[in-house]
Design a protein around this ligand. Structure first.
Ligand code: NAP
Length: 253
């Protein structure tokens, strides 16, 4: 399966068992990465993704990790340490709340979105830098952060809290990239547009992406594979001079 095994280095993909994360796990394994897949609660989907990677000739490990819980993140990285040297982190896990206006948000809702999407990404980045930075004796590596075009559009009447959390991710990408650029680590981001995954159903509006497809300049929604292809390119040496940048994968939206 491996097209060009660059190394036997490990890539951690949070939320790697379904959707964009799953597609990224498959694509990364095809490029020779050993993949460690984090998942929140659906053990069956995680196991199925591990089997799919292995059937295709790759190596994968699934670890339960709610990125809203710091102890879970520490356990995820500890498990990955036993699988091989870390070379990449894909900060992919992200959640939306039910469609609502800002005036109807509860503090608990906003806290949960920020804890998972922002704090979780920061803590995973921290653990990755501690392992990959040459400052800490590491061999360098790549961090790819999943943002969203929502960060640019604002998601009015839908989930402004989610959009704002992705704005924070864009800033994390810029600032962290500069912090670790001379320590062998590249940090880049992806802003997907409307992608065909279950995240829309989790926000209580399963048809949202299909309904809005006509508003996309390319007149269609995107696939998880189309996002994954961009992620694994950023993870590769083909993107060796790319850091601090966030790429829209959104059909022009
Ligand atoms: P998804 O289909 O809802 O992703 C599900 C994956 O995330 C599963 O592996 C799930 O684990 C895991 N997950 C959920 N909550 C988690 C938590 N608290 N901690 C760790 N893992 C968690 O999402 P997606 O559409 O693939 O989105 C992936 C990323 O792309 C997100 O950051 C999202 O914001 C971003 N994005 C997506 C779109 C889109 O249209 N799909 C657009 C822009 C940006 P379980 O199976 O165990 O629940």
């Amino acid at each position: 399966m491996a097209e060009q095994a660059p190394s036997a280095r490990v890539a951690i993909i949070t939320g790697g068992s379904r959707g964009i994360g799953r597609a990224t796990a498959m694509a990364a394994a095809r490029r020779g990465w050993r993949v460690v897949i984090g998942y929140a609660s659906n053990e069956e989907a995680a196991r199925e993704t591990v089997v799919a990677v292995e059937l295709a000739g790759g190596r994968a490990l699934a670890v339960k990790c709610d990125v809203g819980v710091e102890a879970d993140i520490l356990a995820l990285f500890k498990a990955a340490d036993g699988f091989g040297p870390l070379g990449a982190l894909v900060n992919n896990a992200g959640i939306v709340g039910p469609t609502a206006r800002v005036e109807d948000f509860s503090a608990a809702r906003i806290d949960r979105i920020m804890r998972v999407n922002v704090t979780g990404s920061f803590l995973c980045a921290r653990e990755a830098v501690r392992r990959m930075s040459t400052r800490h004796g590491g061999q360098g590596g790549v961090i790819v952060n999943l943002s969203s075009v929502a960060a640019l559009l604002g998601s009015a009447n839908t989930y402004v809290d989610y959009a704002a959390s992705k704005g924070a991710i864009d800033t994390l990408t810029i600032g962290l990239a500069q912090e670790v650029a001379a320590e062998g680590i590249r940090v880049a981001g992806i802003r997907p547009g409307l992608i065909d995954t279950d995240i829309h159903a989790s926000g209580g509006d399963p048809d949202r992406h299909h309904r809005l497809a006509g508003s996309v300049p390319m007149r269609r929604i995107g696939t998880a594979d189309e996002v994954a292809n961009a992620i694994v390119w950023l993870m590769s040496d083909e993107a060796s001079y790319v850091t601090g940048a966030t790429l829209n994968v959104s059909g022009g939206r």
